[in-house]
Design a protein. Sequence first.
Length: 261
Amino acid sequence: MDLGIKGRTALVCAASKGLGRGCAEALAHEGVDVTICARTEADVKRAADEIGAAAGRRVAWVACDITTVEGRTAALVACPQVDILINNAGGPPPGDFRDWDRDAWIKAVDANMLTPIELMKATVDKMAERGFGRVVNITSGAVKAPIDVLGLSNGARSGLTGFVAGLARQSKLAAGNVTINNLLPGVFDTDRVRNTSVGTAAKLGKTVEEVLAQRRATIPAKRFGTAEEFGAFCAFMCSAPAGYLTGQNILLDGGAYPGTF
């Protein structure tokens, strides 16, 4: 299937590994001119070289903290025309809300709500002027089924979800062929999942593999998702044929969410 995005330009945030990298890889294979960013220079450069070699095209990169004003400026300088924007940032740590002070909340909201909003503010009107734009915000399945220990993430990402519901429906954007959607991952085989399982294993007196096996067993698909399939789905959401899809929250979780709606 021709996704109709060859030659478009994309900025993919937090893309040196995990789901962000999966999205960057899929877009590069579709002929998109991709710029990736992440905090660690060695990691983001390595990822850009590997993605570019696999896709047979150059992938640009910039080392920056996308959650800061300076980082967003650097990313937009590296990718001055953004046709496709993939908003992504690491989730805040788990814990008990009784232990979180104001600084913890502000940091979570800055990273997982305000940063995507600022990047959309800098790009979507220009997309509409050019007659094409795709924004995919990587949020979390916890937006639909909140997890108590992920209160910082639940709150910040739900705020973003509410904001996008209004923004995506502005006639200037929707009629200008600019779509804005949220992609909600369930449990994927990423470093974050494995790292959080280490703490769980220690607390329960089990091995990491036992904890991971238990998590897989709760998913109807009986497996974790892969970054590759997440990226492929993201690429379709960015495609020309997906132009009638906007303002939606798409859950990709192997059937884990038990609800009808």
